[in-house]
Design a binder for this molecule. Structure first.
Ligand SMILES: Nc1ncnc2c1ncn2[C@@H]1O[C@H](COP(=O)(O)OP(=O)(O)O)[C@@H](O)[C@H]1O
Ligand SMILES: [Mg+2]
Length: 290
């Protein structure tokens, strides 16, 4: 992992910094949030950092299942697989909305407090709908990553685009939610959210749609204040690794699954490029300080 730009800095006598919070959010299912969350977590673990994963998607629990599959693989094969901590925060079944939200907030804050103390990074996977927990996560994000399938249908989560002239006609509710969170943080004097849109399932052929998406996204990035990160291409391997809880990073780093095809190397490079594009702060791993 030598070419990743966030290699741990050597331990010195420094106060223990709270964990950096990375949130995967997009109010659309199937855009690659859980896949992205697991790949970023595995990349950070392989660099020697400790990671706390928080799964907020209690309809799917995809990230949790990914982590559990990984644990099972590690136990079964004795594989050298670094594992994250995991917390699942389900939506509340408590009485009124106010009571339910207070309950959700309490459980969320307990997980954040624990991981913030014990881990270097917290990776939060949001559900594909607007929820109270999802908004709480965004409000704490140092980095908010919005993966997006490479189609105008998915672009809708950011803005409506006029079908005839390709111009942006209206911002989406999601974009406004983030705008609102940014305003609140600015009012509290908190650090701004670094919002990053990552294109996913990019077609590997040169297509008109791909270029059109590029143009509209770059226009939107200026208006909404997000950065565009290099994404993942459409690759079957991203789906095949889930049952074993592995990622592209593990496959080659651990010498697992033998096939070092060009496609695997390219996929690993995509994950590394994403990690670099996040511009994560250099940190001293907490484990090396204790
Ligand atoms: N780059 C990719 N290439 C191929 N399949 C992908 C890719 N990214 C995600 N997938 C697949 O797409 C589906 C949705 O991805 P997922 O990460 O679960 O999205 P979300 O969490 O946003 O609902 C999953 O079956 C996943 O394996
Ligand atoms: Mg998911």
């Amino acid at each position: 992992m030598a070419d990743i730009d966030i290699a741990p800095t050597p331990s010195t006598e420094q106060p223990v910094a709270p964990a950096t919070v990375i949130v995967f959010g997009n109010e659309k299912g199937g855009s690659g949030k859980s896949t992205g969350a697991m790949h970023v977590s595995a990349g950070l673990l392989r660099l020697g950092f400790s990671v706390g994963c928080i799964d907020l998607d209690n309809r799917q629990w995809t990230l949790s299942r990914y982590v559990e599959n990984r644990r099972a693989t590690a136990e079964r094969d004795g594989a050298n697989l670094p594992l994250p901590e995991l917390a699942q925060i389900a939506r509340s079944g408590e009485g009124t909305r106010v009571v339910g939200e207070a309950d959700e907030r309490k459980r969320f804050q307990t997980a954040i407090a624990q991981f913030s103390r014990d881990c270097d990074f917290i990776v939060i996977d949001c559900p594909g709908t607007d929820t109270f927990l999802g908004r709480l996560a965004i409000s704490l994000a140092d980095k908010l990553i919005t993966p997006m399938n490479d189609s105008f249908v998915d672009l809708d989560v950011l803005a409506e685009v006029d079908g005839l002239n390709g111009k942006i006609s209206r911002l989406s509710v999601y974009a406004e939610t983030i705008w609102e969170q940014r305003k609140q943080r600015a009012a509290q004097g908190a650090k701004p959210i670094d919002w990053i849109v990552m294109r996913n399932r990019l077609s590997q052929i040169h297509a008109r749609n791909k270029q059109d998406m590029e143009r509209v996204l770059s226009e939107l990035s200026g208006r909404l204040g997000f950065r565009i990160a290099p994404g993942f291409a459409e690759r079957v391997i991203f789906r095949e690794l889930f049952p074993r809880g592995l990622t592209m990073i593990d496959v080659l780093e651990a010498g697992d699954a033998g096939d070092r095809s060009m496609s695997h190397l390219a996929a690993r490079q995509e994950v590394r490029s994403l990690l670099n594009a996040l511009q994560l702060p250099h940190r001293v791993p907490k484990r090396s300080q204790s």
